[in-house]
Every structure is written in C-alpha cells, then in structure tokens.
Design a binder for this molecule. Structure first.
Ligand code: AHR
Length: 494
C-alpha cells in the first residue's frame, strides 16, 4: 500500500459519525429513558447509557424516526406529561406513551454532547406540521409556536440545524408512501416553508430505501428534479446481513454500498447538469448497519405493547468487521457523503444494549464505530492498494485488503483503518508512507477472533474487544504490519 499526504479525498465532516434513535422497541423506553433505573437522573435518563454514548463522541443523532415519524404528531410529545396521549403506533404496531418528545430528546442530546437531526412527518402530514415544528424548535419567541415552547419551560430556541423531510417515502411499508412525483412535490413545498421559517437550516430529501428498490435510481432523479434548489442532501439507507451464513460473500457486501453511493452521485450530478446548476448535491447516509438476526423472530412479537423488544440483533464478531468495512466505504466517499447515521444507537440494531432494570454493555460493533469516530477526524487520504482478490457468490474481484487513511493535520496524527477479508490467512502489510517519515508508530489495535459468531452479552460483555499488536514496525516512512485473518485494524501514528 502507498499513502501520501497529497492523496486527499476530502476534509471529513464530523457528522459522518452520527447515529439514530427512533421511537421503536426499547430504544427510548428502557434504552435511553428509564425513570426507575438505578442510574436514572432527575429526568429519567439512564446515566450508564449516557456514558457509553459519550465515549462514542457521536456528533449528531437522528430522531424520532425512521418509519415511526411517518405517523407521528409532534404535538403529542410536548407539554405537560399528564396530558400526553397514548397512541397506537402503526409503523411498529406498538403503543406510544409519549413520555419522551422533542424537548426531552433535546435535553438528552445536550447531556451526551450531540446535536439533533430532526425528521418531519411526510406520511400522514406535510408542510404545515413541518413548518410549525421548525417554528416551535428554532424561532426565539413572539409567535404562537415559539411561545408554546417557552410556555413548556424552554425559553431558548433549540436551534436544530439539520432536518429530514420524511423517511423512506418510496417503501410500501411506509405510512403514507408516495410515488417519486408525489413525494418530490410535497418535499419541495415542505422545504420552502421550513426554510422560510428558519433560513439557516439544512434539509435532507429522501432517497431510495435501499439500492435494490425497483424505483432506484429514477426515484432520486425525479425527487431531485423537484427539490434540487431547495435541499442540501439526498439520503441513502442500507442494511446488510448474512442470513445464508456465507462469510466471504457477507464481507464483500460493501462493494454494493460503494456502487450505491456512486450511482446516487451520478444521478445527482445528472440533475445538476440538466438544471445548469452550480450547486453540488451532498449525500446523507442516514441509516446504515447490519440488520438481519431478528427479521424472522420479530414477526412473532405481540402488537400494541409499550416498548416491546424489537430489532434487538445480538451482533457477532463478523458483523463488527462488516461495520468496519462500511465505515471505510463511507470515508472513501467522504467528498460526497458528508453525513451518516449508524442505525441505531441503543437496543434497536444498536452498538449499545441494556437490560431493562439492569446493565448496559457494548456490542461487538461498538468498537469499530468508536475507533472511526475518535480517530477518523481530519482529511481522508486515498491509499493506492495492491492486493489479491477473490470471487464470492454475488461479487467478483473482491479485494482482500480494504483501507483508508485519516490525516489530522491539527493534531499531527495519522490513522490507517484496514480490514483483511481473508478467511484463513493473515496478511503481511507493507506500506510506503514516506510523506509521514518523521512520525512515530503509536499503536496497532486489532479486532480478530477464531469464532466468527462470537458475541458480547450481558453475562460476557467483553468476549469481543480490540487488543494491541506489538509486532508492527515503522521506520523511514515504511510500515510493516501483520493483519490477522478476518480482522479490523487501527494503526496510529503521531
Ligand atoms: O432503522 C430501522 C428502520 O429501518 C427504520 O425505521 C426505517 O427507516 C428503516 O427501514
């Protein structure tokens, strides 16, 4: 591999390390919020969870959905608790008590040191509810909705900067699904009034729910033809899994993610050209993760419960490698993918798990996400890689080595993220990085395991964690390191 400080991809937007909390399962109730819990603060937020989230340094958290938002009346979640309605929640067939709403979530976000990315309902509602919510959240005072917020005890505006115009509106599972034409028209009218209330906000239009949607990528084309001048981002979502237990193929799935990003960029640039626009559309990969372990079992969950256990995937070692590969893919495309949200954060397809009334712990996927968030800030550099390749069931020419480098010029730090996809063999990595010849090797962290299905659970919370490799060497700008078979590696220099 060759790395040079001149091989710049982009200065990474820190919001690439965002995450997501939806009113779904035990993400909110029993996850971030559990008033009776031993660690609960005066507002009912679990401080054990707050600590685990803080350690991830998540810059932005998307809220309140997800599919949930397409049936949500934000007014149900503000004002005196005793007056808030319990409602049938149709996206996940649950009962929503509305104990947590906009203001409480903003308070929680402050406690964990993150910003809120707010989604508005384009399923059962539209421009009117959306502009009122912007007024409620961001207008200082002297108008009906800003004064309503003040009467609820929040004198200062929340100043929420990023807003998603609906969620996965192309999907038949979505409450109020729309055609691209219908959504494009609704989204542009919603965008206009939201920005008229607060011109400083940034807006995200819904892209396709995933690459295999039958309307992809004409959905993006039509939606952007309507919204191009009024929105700042188009969204992408994707989840991968290993239902057929084919690890070589599973580890190759990020080639699909790469192609997905490339196609959305090409489509957005086509619309830019056809509009003779000077503006470059940015991408928000605002849902990405592994999700497959609970797809079948969740079908048996009884409806209309408050906070049933849903989407509680227990992640394996190999899932953590795929999450590492997805992070590398986002970084390799960080010139256009400016924001991203690991979906989700607590209990629901999440790096952090809790027992209601009990402990909180980190899943396997917590670690690559934490490494990327801590060390993946600065300028992404594109390495030149020579590696052997393999074919799998769905992919050809899959490189065994996947890697990206981060150069934090301010801190004078360099970090290589690298995955060895080989199922049996360690890889002897030789890296020419002579433009960093004066640097010293700080550490080589790795995640590796003989058992692809090893997991962290409440009883064994540290079964899968990173460890240090002492055998790597760096001198005269040349790195030599051994990457274990199927491993996530973080090699740091200062
Ligand atoms: O993150 C879980 C769900 O996945 C979200 O609610 C939806 O947007 C997506 O289909």
């Amino acid at each position: 591999m060759t790395i040079d400080r001149a091989f710049r991809i982009a200065d990474v937007d820190n919001r690439l390390y965002g995450s997501f909390i939806e009113h779904l399962g035990r993400a909110v109730y029993g996850g971030i919020y559990e008033p009776g819990h031993a660690t609960a603060d005066s507002q009912g937020f679990r401080q054990d969870v707050i600590e685990l989230v803080r350690a991830l340094k998540v810059p932005v958290v998307r809220y309140p959905g997800g599919n949930f938002v397409s049936g949500y009346n934000w007014e149900d979640g503000v004002g005196p608790l005793a007056e808030r309605p319990k409602k049938l929640e149709l996206a996940w067939c649950s009962l929503e008590p509305n104990y947590v709403g906009t203001n409480e979530f903003v308070d929680w976000a402050k406690k964990v040191g993150t910003d809120v990315m707010m989604a508005v309902n384009l399923g059962t509602r539209g421009p009117d509810a959306a502009r009122n919510l912007v007024e409620y959240c961001n207008h200082p005072g002297g108008s009906y909705y800003s004064d309503l917020r003040r009467s609820h005890g929040y004198a200062d505006p929340h100043n929420i900067k990023v807003w998603c115009i609906g969620n996965e509106m192309d999907g038949p599972w979505q409450i109020g699904m729309k055609t691209a034409e219908e959504y494009g028209r609704a989204a542009v009218e919603t965008a206009k009034v939201m920005k008229w209330v607060d011109p400083t906000i940034e807006l995200v239009a819904c892209g396709s729910s995933f690459r295999a949607m039958p309307t992809f990528p004409s959905w993006e084309k039509t939606v952007l033809e309507h919204t191009y001048d009024h929105v700042d981002y188009i969204s992408l979502h994707t989840y991968y899994g290993n239902s057929d237990n084919d690890t070589a193929n599973y580890l190759a799935r990020t080639l699909d993610m790469e192609e997905f990003i490339r196609t959305v960029v090409a489509t957005a640039d086509y619309v830019k050209a056809s509009k003779r626009s000077k503006k470059e559309m940015k991408l928000s990969f605002d849902e990405w993760n592994v999700w497959f372990h609970t797809l079948e079992s969740d079908k048996a969950v009884d409806p209309w419960q408050i906070a049933p256990a849903l989407l509680e995937d227990v992640y394996t070692f190999e899932d953590a490698i795929v999450v590492g590969l997805m992070l590398i893919t986002l970084l390799k495309n960080s010139d256009r993918v400016r924001m991203a949200c690991l979906a989700q954060l607590v209990n629901v397809i999440a790096p952090i798990m809790t027992t209601t009334g009990g402990a909180a712990w980190s899943q396997t996927i917590y670690y690559p996400f934490m490494h990327a968030s801590l060390y993946g800030r600065g300028t992404a550099l594109k390495p030149v890689i020579e590696t052997e390749r393999y074919d799998s069931k769905d992919f050809t020419d899959v490189p065994y080595l996947e890697s990206v480098t981060l150069f934090n010029e301010e801190q004078e730090e360099v970090t290589i993220f690298a995955v060895n996809r080989h199922l049996e063999q360690p890889m002897a990595l030789e890296c020419d990085m002579r433009s960093f010849a004066g640097y010293e090797l700080v550490e080589h962290l790795t995640m590796t395991n003989d058992d692809m299905k090893a997991k962290n659970t409440e009883l064994t919370p540290n079964a899968v964690t990173p460890s240090k490799i002492d055998t790597s060497s760096f001198s005269d700008g040349r790195l030599e390191a051994l990457l274990p078979s199927v491993s996530w590696n973080v090699i740091r220099f200062r």
